[in-house]
Design a binder for this molecule. Structure first.
Ligand SMILES: Nc1ncnc2c1ncn2[C@@H]1O[C@H](COP(=O)(O)OP(=O)(O)OP(=O)(O)O)[C@@H](O)[C@H]1O
Length: 561
């Protein structure tokens, strides 16, 4: 599988710019996401939600309220001009996170703040103007029946750009060239904001006034001797008062809204490396890379602050991927864009992201500056993921897992650390061998499910834990328990008592007694906290965050499950 090489043309300057951005990390965040959750109900219809349950009392049915926990408690900040990459296996919740941030999905819980304001308090139109999404598949996200120029203009129409606000005062900022003693007075009529975005309610029109033809101002006798340069869409009427040595310039808007949108689309086509003549063509006349350029032009048309790109180069040739990523980088520089970039392809994220968040089953498990994460991963899942390879099958994009076991269901994620069922660094409780703990855990699971068979406690304990000590190797047994057993005596004794309680019908007490010896990986959900190990602080001062009990700080670093 080929990957994008960061050292190709432009790579060095990109790295430097990323460092510059990192050094600006004391800026206020553009986006703050706090404990964000998005759960989808498993059953949406009334009848499909009703489940047979003989334990439900007189009416043996219950309402199934289970849900897919697609995003389940995500926190992060994104600073202006920064690129945060999000990686994780297929189905871990990346797209749902992006869609929820942009308001395309209603959050189940949590807060999203954009430029200091909760997004649910920002008028929808205003938020739409400042955020855009670049979709995964440029083939399907471009309407084949429409001209690309019109496709690029869509967001402009959607946000009613340019907005006509004749009441907005317009200032003409005059640049004069070689005009000596002349005073230039400029007034702007009408909808100056049609052309230039008003800032703080004042539209600014830059115009350059100079003598037309002659080397000095003595040549100015009439308006014909004055040249005025204006932005596209403006006209100027010039009057020269030679006795007072004043040149009056009246500026008016000459273009219609449609003209202005068209001009903006043409400019954008050029900016994304396409020709103005392409305006009238249709999407099928373009290659995949060109279509993604059109997508970018459309996204940028309304000058957004935040662009969320979900698999923006998926399915493109590697060389074209690099061109598109370089273009995104250039546009970021030019427009001061902030990117949230989702990709299953780790080389893509490495190429453009300043920081990377690794996502697993709806949660972030590690977040770090890109190169530091790629150099050393602190979370076992991040480690496993970075040794995985992208799936080369274009019909099945996603990360082909090299991690043992299946991804657990997002509607019933494991307790504690969600990765513990597949974790190669699972923390065994004191005194247990691996085999001993697996047997103990099976007994605990049977008690949770209320599925113990038989009535003799000793026989039941024997069934689950009986041959562990015998089958454990001498080394394992000695190392694990220190007393020759693979299950510590206290746990074995508690198991016996737990089974007795269960047989007496007190399943809760039985479960709690067994849980007293549970691994911390199962009993406690690790928080995404600064890693405890030396060097957890990156060179740029950004903390490396990791949700793993192996990285617990002195202050605790755990949160309630
Ligand atoms: N509208 C929905 N209704 C129900 N479940 C959904 C919905 N959208 C997503 N899901 C589920 O939420 C989980 C996360 O899906 P999501 O598409 O966000 O993951 P992803 O990481 O983007 O995956 P991929 O890389 O394959 O696109 C999955 O279990 C998915 O089936």
């Amino acid at each position: 599988m080929s990957t994008i090489d960061r050292t190709d043309d432009g790579g060095t300057s990109r790295t430097n710019r990323a460092n510059d951005r990192a050094s600006g990390s004391n800026q206020e965040p553009l986006l703050e996401v706090s404990d964000l959750q998005k759960h989808f109900p498993v059953n949406s219809g009334l009848f499909s939600s009703i489940r047979f349950d003989p334990d439900s009392g007189t009416f043996p049915f219950r309402y199934d309220q289970s849900s897919v926990k697609a995003v389940d408690g995500v926190d992060f900040e994104l600073r202006p001009g920064e690129t945060l990459g999000i990686v994780g296996e297929s189905g871990c919740g990346k797209s749902t996170l992006a869609r929820t941030i942009l308001g395309l999905e209603e959050p189940t819980a949590g807060d999203i703040t954009f430029d200091g304001q909760p997004t649910n308090e920002i008028p929808e139109g205003e938020f739409r103007k400042r955020t855009q999404m670049v979709f995964q598949d440029p083939q399907s996200s471009l309407n084949p029946r429409r001209k690309v120029g019109h496709i690029i203009e869509d967001p402009l129409e959607g946000t009613d750009w340019p907005r006509s606000e004749p009441s907005v005062r317009a200032d003409a900022e005059v640049r004069t060239e070689r005009l000596g003693d002349y005073t230039v007075d400029a007034t702007v009529d009408g909808d100056a904001d049609l052309v230039l975005d008003p800032v703080d309610g004042v539209a600014t029109v830059l115009l350059t006034v100079r003598p037309d033809g002659g080397p000095d101002d003595q040549a100015i006798q009439t308006a014909d001797d004055v040249a005025v340069e204006l932005p596209w869409g403006f006209d100027a009427t010039v009057t020269v008062d030679d006795t007072q040595r004043t040149i009056d310039v009246d500026v008016s808007v000459s273009a219609s809204k449609a003209d202005l949108r068209r001009e903006r689309a043409l400019e954008l086509l050029e900016q994304v490396g396409l020709k103005r003549e392409y305006y009238d063509r249709h999407p099928h006349e373009f290659s995949g890379g060109q279509r993604q350029r059109i997508n970018l032009a459309r996204a940028l048309s309304i000058n957004p602050d935040l662009v969320v790109a979900d698999e923006p180069v998926s399915g493109l040739d590697v060389s074209v991927q690099a061109q598109i990523l370089n273009l995104m980088d250039d546009l970021q520089e030019e427009y001061g864009l902030t990117y949230l970039l989702i990709s299953h392809d780790l080389s893509v994220v490495r190429y453009v992201a300043d920081r990377v968040a690794v996502m697993y089953l709806g949660e972030f498990v590690e977040m770090a500056p890109t190169e530091e994460l790629f150099t050393e991963q602190y979370h076992p899942y991040a480690r496993a993921l970075l040794s995985a390879v992208p799936n080369p099958d274009p019909d099945q994009p996603g990360i082909e897992s090299v991690i043992q076991g299946n991804v657990p269901s997002a509607s019933d994620p494991p307790r504690g650390c969600r990765f513990h069922t597949r974790c190669p660094s699972f923390i065994l409780p004191d005194g247990f061998s691996t085999e001993g703990y697996e047997a103990y855990d099976e007994l605990l699971e049977a008690v949770r499910e209320k599925e113990l068979e038989g009535s003799d406690p000793d026989a039941i304990v024997e069934t689950y834990l009986g041959d562990i000590d015998a089958s454990a190797s001498a080394d394992t047994a000695t190392d694990a328990a220190g007393d020759g057993g693979a299950i510590p005596p206290a746990a074995r004794s508690d198991a016996r008592q737990a089974v007795e309680r269960a047989l007496a019908g007190d399943w809760t007490a039985a479960r709690e007694r067994l849980e007293a010896h549970e691994s911390v990986c199962q009993s406690v959900t690790p928080a995404l906290d600064p890693a405890a190990r030396t060097g957890s602080e990156s060179a740029g001062g950004t903390e490396r965050l990791t949700a793993c009990h192996l990285e617990v700080t002195d202050q605790g670093g755990i949160r309630e499950p």
